[in-house]
Design a binder for this molecule. Structure first.
Ligand SMILES: Nc1nc2c(c(=O)[nH]1)N(C=O)[C@@H](CNc1ccc(C(=O)N[C@@H](CCC(=O)O)C(=O)O)cc1)CN2
Ligand SMILES: Nc1ncnc2c1ncn2[C@@H]1O[C@H](COP(=O)(O)OP(=O)(O)OP(=O)(O)O)[C@@H](O)[C@H]1O
Length: 207
């Protein structure tokens, strides 16, 4: 496997945790966007094959993914695997007050852009967050405790807040990322819903 590109030398792997979340987001989003196309494709394929062997994936019927933007790790190879296995693939659909539900994404479905320009299904079956088995979340940064830093809208935290009261409840949340999005330790806010795992091209981090 090709390593982290030279731009992201070892000394630059972990931005200081004392950075404000806004600055940390900016730095990590820039880092993610700088990765070259070959590295991205290889990382996406590796992440897909790691997830495909996880019991949380093999036992899931409804798997929520996302359409990658802004340099995010692309779940597309896993979408192909999930569909080939007969699973229902879902996408987040924004709801008014910054929460989400999930719309079925059959291969041929028409998608239309939400207010952030991210495509979402609009005329397919909808599911509540509790009725999804496995949710693959995009993220901006993560730590080895599976803490997640997102885009700052609070969408995933609001939508899955019910998991904070019941650790056994479904769905399972797996973050997808490049290893260069790992930071030493993220500050944990009371509303942060921790991930069950973070999967990168280099490792599976379990909470
Ligand atoms: N691919 C993907 N889909 C996703 C998310 C995500 O992070 N990635 N989300 C995860 O929550 C939700 C959407 N949340 C988002 C929150 C902020 C921005 C964003 O681009 N913010 C701009 C400011 C844009 C504006 O205010 O108009 C920015 O920060 O640059 C995008 C998506 C649902 N779908
Ligand atoms: N369960 C919740 N109830 C009410 N407000 C919340 C909840 N979760 C998060 N928020 C609010 O949303 C804001 C953004 O949260 P945070 O910075 O954790 O977002 P994020 O996880 O980075 O974003 P995203 O999930 O959209 O990628 C916070 O300032 C917080 O006030």
């Amino acid at each position: 496997m090709r390593g982290v590109p030279p731009l992201f030398a070892r000394s630059q792997q972990n931005p200081p945790v004392t950075m404000q979340p806004t600055d940390l987001r900016r730095a990590l989003r820039a880092r993610r966007r700088e990765l070259d196309a070959g590295f991205r494709a290889e990382a996406a394929a590796r992440v897909a094959s790691r997830i495909a062997s996880q019991p949380a994936f093999t036992s899931a019927q409804r798997v929520a993914v996302y359409i990658a933007f802004d340099g995010e790790l692309d779940p597309a190879p896993l979408v192909d695997i999930a569909r080939a296995c007969g699973k229902d693939v879902l996408l987040p659909v924004l709801q008014g007050d910054q929460a989400m539900h999930f719309g079925l994404w059959p291969a041929a479905a028409e998608l239309s852009s939400n207010r952030f320009g991210i495509p979402e299904p609009h005329a397919t079956e909808r599911f509540a967050a509790r009725d999804v088995d496995l949710v693959l979340t995009p993220l901006v940064g993560f730590d080895v405790q599976c803490g997640r830093l997102g885009m700052g809208g609070g969408f995933y935290d609001r939508t899955f807040a019910f998991l904070l009261d019941d650790a056994e409840a479904r769905p399972r949340l797996f973050g997808l990322a490049y290893d260069c999005q790992r930071v030493e330790q993220l500050p944990r806010q009371p509303w942060d819903v921790p991930l069950a795992a973070v999967v990168t091209e280099a490792a599976v981090y379990c909470a």
